[in-house]
Design a protein around this ligand. Structure first.
Ligand SMILES: [Zn+2]
Ligand SMILES: [Zn+2]
Length: 383
């Protein structure tokens, strides 16, 4: 696969990270060194806040976070409105939702009381088979492995990638294959558990880490229940979230960034499949990068298809080929005559599907939404 670099957007994400970090928020920890299948066990899963209360809109950007209009045009518009379409639960693929979708009164992060959907997603994609993840030999082709992305690029996980790790990351300690050219891959549930945790067992350094459905508890997908507003309500300011970012229409959660620094520090690769997802022992299969899987059919000029809903109820569409010229707001969203406001996912290389949310999320969504988006097996509250 060929992916275009988008340095502008990467730079912006960095700025956002610096800003939120400077505000003393714990949010950026999720993206850098805290939560993860491989990072620290001190995750913040018990906190209810699903949005970042410290985010300061005044320092975020020079565009109005509440609209996709340029600031000078936005002045003439009521700030609290943006064209929205209600969440359409009929868009979920057959089998993606477990049980009935119910409605309930809910209080949003900005204080609004509204109606929400309670949706339980199945936890394994219904539109494709997961994997492959790791190649088995350094001669394997790209077909025999998935992908890896690290914030700088997207790489085919073929044999040559494994063989070239020391050069790519400029560190001679990388040696993820034996003298016969066999790639060292997690081969049992026990190895998976020992590798997908903050203190990677030394015996599993220099392993390509992959999980399997059959290694999850009871060999079952991990379902996740989310509560999202039926009608999205704009927040006063956009905000990052420490929980899951959304759910795909084929039944999996969109997780926070994979903790690439921690993963690489342990000389591991937490392989993704070609759809940008992978397993961890706690959350099961989850998405880290949007590469065009599980899309609805769509033929709107200049648009990409929807594949998910964000936690604030706005639709998430696949990345735009030319996002730089699309006048997207800082969360990657814009308004469209027919579609209303919607996000475009970041390119997979950014290792963050949605940069921030413009809408209010359910105030106590953390437990409902799976408070540990990408967490290591530390506590046992989920299992
Ligand atoms: Zn669009
Ligand atoms: Zn993950």
């Amino acid at each position: 696969m060929v992916f275009n670099r988008r340095p502008h957007v990467v730079a912006f994400a960095l700025v956002m990270a610096l800003i939120t970090g400077a505000c003393g928020s714990a949010t950026t920890d999720d993206n850098t060194n805290s939560t993860s299948e491989q990072a620290s066990a001190e995750t913040d899963t018990t906190e209810a806040a699903d949005t970042d209360p410290d985010a300061d809109p005044d320092t975020d950007a020079d565009t109005d976070p509440e609209t996709d209009q340029p600031a000078e045009e936005a002045a003439a518009e009521p700030e609290s409105s943006v064209a929205t379409n209600p969440v359409d639960v009929g868009l979920f693929f057959d089998g993606a939702v477990v049980g009935d979708v119910t409605t309930e009164e809910c209080t949003l992060s900005g204080g609004a009381t509204t109606t929400c959907y309670r949706i339980t997603v199945a936890g394994d994609p219904v539109t494709y088979e997961t994997g492959p993840f790791c190649p088995t030999s350094i001669t394997d082709s790209a077909d025999e492995g998935g992908i890896w992305f690290d914030g700088d690029g997207v790489y085919d996980l073929d044999g040559a990638f494994i063989a070239g790790l020391a050069e790519l990351y400029d560190d001679e300690n990388w040696m993820m294959f034996d003298e016969d050219g066999n790639v060292l891959v997690t081969e049992t549930a026990e190895e998976f558990d020992l590798a997908a945790r903050p203190d990677v067992d030394p015996s599993l350094q220099n392993h390509c880490v992959e999980g399997r459905l059959e290694w999850l508890e009871n060999g079952e997908p991990v379902t996740t229940t989310v509560v999202i507003p039926v009608e999205p309500v704009l927040a006063d300011a956009s905000a990052t979230t420490r929980g899951n970012l959304g759910v795909t229409l084929d039944g999996i959660v969109i997780a926070q960034s994979a903790p690439v620094d921690a993963i690489l520090a342990a000389y591991t690769i937490a392989a993704f499949d070609d759809c940008g997802g992978h397993y961890n022992p706690v959350d099961g299969y989850h998405l880290h990068g949007a590469v065009g899987c599980s899309e609805l059919e769509s033929d709107i000029d200049g648009e990409t298809p929807q594949f998910a809903y964000a936690m604030d109820g706005f639709p998430v569409h696949s990345p735009l080929d030319d996002a730089d010229s699309a006048d997207l707001d800082e969360c990657g969203g814009h308004e469209h005559e027919e579609l209303g406001y919607h996000y475009h996912a970041n390119s997979a290389e950014q290792n963050l599907v949605i940069t921030c949310l413009v809408g209010q999320t359910v105030a106590d969504a953390a437990d409902a939404a799976g408070g540990r988006p990408d967490g290591p097996p530390g506590g046992d509250e989920e299992g």
